[in-house]
Design a protein around this ligand. Structure first.
Ligand SMILES: [Zn+2]
Ligand SMILES: [Zn+2]
Ligand SMILES: [Zn+2]
Ligand SMILES: [Zn+2]
Length: 183
């Protein structure tokens, strides 16, 4: 049975939410961003956000509640697409046997015997853009994994059920045979 390795995906998703305040970054401070300003194309922490909002009252800002509207920094997007095992390789495929995202190297080295290796683009049927597309892509993959786990569970359960039903029938038959034999 496939061993489910989800460990890399949640860590990658956490990276996406790890936005830093742009103006603090310029001062070498690491403040997590609270809002994104669509006019400045900058991230601001709570403190800088207050200042910004007072100075630029007509700018539209997007809070964390609407994080899907925040743009993905290039380096985060690149990081998300990279294979953890093969540093300069982009994740392009998904192995359903291992329930793992893989790059072309992984496919050759680890998944050459696997029966179900699908292109990620085939799973999503679209070229993802920005954070929304990217998280949709990952959600699709996570969804795939969940369905896979559920179907595995379901097949075990149905196997157990048939096995029970089967053995009940067999016992009945045996009892029947036994009864006829005794008769
Ligand atoms: Zn700041
Ligand atoms: Zn602004
Ligand atoms: Zn790889
Ligand atoms: Zn595989």
């Amino acid at each position: 049975m496939a061993t489910v390795s989800l460990s890399s995906v949640p860590k990658r998703l956490r990276m996406v939410e790890d936005f830093r305040c742009t103006s603090c970054q310029e001062l070498n401070l690491e403040e997590s961003a609270d809002i994104y300003c669509e006019a400045c194309h900058m991230f601001y922490c709570k403190r800088c956000g207050h200042l910004h909002n007072r100075l630029s009252t007509e700018h539209t800002t997007v809070g964390r509640g609407d994080i899907k509207k925040w743009p993905v920094p290039k380096e985060v997007e690149d990081f998300l697409r990279m294979c953890e095992a093969h540093e300069d390789k982009i994740l392009t495929q998904f192995c359903q046997d291992h329930t793992q995202l893989c790059c072309s190297d992984c496919v050759v080295k680890i998944h050459s015997q696997c029966s179900k290796v699908t292109q990620i683009s085939e799973l999503t049927n679209s070229q993802p853009t920005g954070l929304e597309g990217l998280s949709v892509e990952l959600e699709t993959v996570l969804g795939e994994i969940k369905t896979l786990q559920i179907s595995q569970k379901a097949s075990i359960q149905s196997f157990q059920r048939t096995y029970k039903e089967h053995s009940a029938v067999m016992i009945e038959q045996m009892l029947g045979n036994l009864n006829t034999y005794i008769d």
